[in-house]
Design a binder for this molecule. Structure first.
Ligand code: ITT
Length: 203
C-alpha cells in the first residue's frame, strides 16, 4: 500500500519516514510527485491546517495522505508563535529569506530576543497529524512535547527550533539528541504512534 507523506520540510520528512518504517507500507514524498501544487496554511489552528493540507494533497494526487501542522507554543508569549512557527521571522523580514536553514536561524533569533529578560521559559511543541483517504475519510491525532527555551542555541541535529528547545528531564537541547531519541519523546513521535494505533483499529 502507498501513503503520501505531504510535507515540504526535509527534517520533518526524515522523521516521518523513520516513524512509519515498521509498517511495511510504501511511503511516498512530494518529491516523488511529478506535478507540484502549493497549499497555503491560512487557518487559525493546527488541526484545521493539517486537515486542509491532508485533504487537498489526497484529492489532488488521489493517494492516502498524511499531513501535519506543528509548532512551538511559548507560555510567556501567550503561546506564540503557534501556528505561525514556520514564518515567525516574517514579521521582521517579510518574504525575503529563502533558505530553510536561514529561516530557522531567523526564527530562533526572534524567540531569543523576545525572551531576553524573561524568567518563564516554559514551552511546548505541538503536532497535529491527519491521515486522509480520497474517499473522504480522515483521522487525526495530537502530540505534545514539554520543555524550556534555552538561553542560546546548541546542537546541529533536527531542524527548526530544536537548537533552543530543552525537553523536560534533559539537560541538552533537542538538536543534541539522535533522531531515534528525538522520535521517542517528540510531539511528532507521539502523534504518529497514536495515528498508527488508530489506523490499525479503524481501517
Ligand atoms: P509543511 O507544512 O510542508 O509540512 P512546514 O515547515 O511549513 O512544512 P509546519 O507548517 O508544520 O511545517 O511548521 C512547523 C514549524 O514549526 C517548522 O517550520 C519549525 O519551525 C517548527 N517545528 C515543528 N516541529 C518541530 C520540531 O520537531 N523541531 C523543531 N521545530 C519544529
Amino acid at each position: 500500500d502507498k501513503v503520501l507523506v505531504a510535507t515540504t520540510n526535509k527534517g520533518k520528512l526524515r522523521e516521518f519516514q523513520a516513524l512509519l518504517s515498521d509498517l511495511g507500507i510504501n511511503v511516498l514524498s512530494l518529491e516523488d510527485m511529478k506535478e507540484k501544487i502549493e497549499i497555503e496554511e491560512d487557518k487559525n489552528t493546527f488541526l484545521e491546517n493539517a486537515i486542509k493540507k491532508a485533504k487537498e494533497y489526497a484529492k489532488f494526487y488521489n493517494l492516502p495522505t498524511i499531513a501535519e501542522d506543528a509548532g512551538l507554543e511559548i507560555e510567556a508569549l501567550n503561546n506564540y508563535p503557534g501556528v505561525f512557527s514556520a514564518r515567525f521571522y516574517d514579521i521582521d523580514f517579510g518574504g525575503k529569506i529563502k533558505n530553510p536553514k536561514d529561516k530557522d536561524k531567523a526564527n530562533i533569533e526572534k524567540v531569543l530576543n523576545l525572551l531576553k529578560e524573561e524568567k518563564n521559559r516554559k514551552a511546548r511543541f505541538v503536532s497535529n497529524v491527519v491521515f486522509y483517504i480520497p474517499k473522504d475519510f480522515g483521522i487525526w491525532t495530537e502530540g505534545y512535547c514539554y520543555g524550556e527555551i534555552a538561553k542560546q542555541p546548541t546542537g546541529e541535529k533536527g531542524f527548526g527550533y530544536d537548537p533552543i528547545f530543552i525537553p523536560e528531564g534533559y539537560n541538552k537541547t533537542m538538536a543534541e539528541l539522535s533522531s531515534e531519541e528525538k522520535n521517542k519523546i517528540s510531539h511528532r513521535g507521539k502523534a504518529v504512534r497514536k495515528l498508527i494505533d488508530l489506523m490499525k483499529k479503524i481501517l
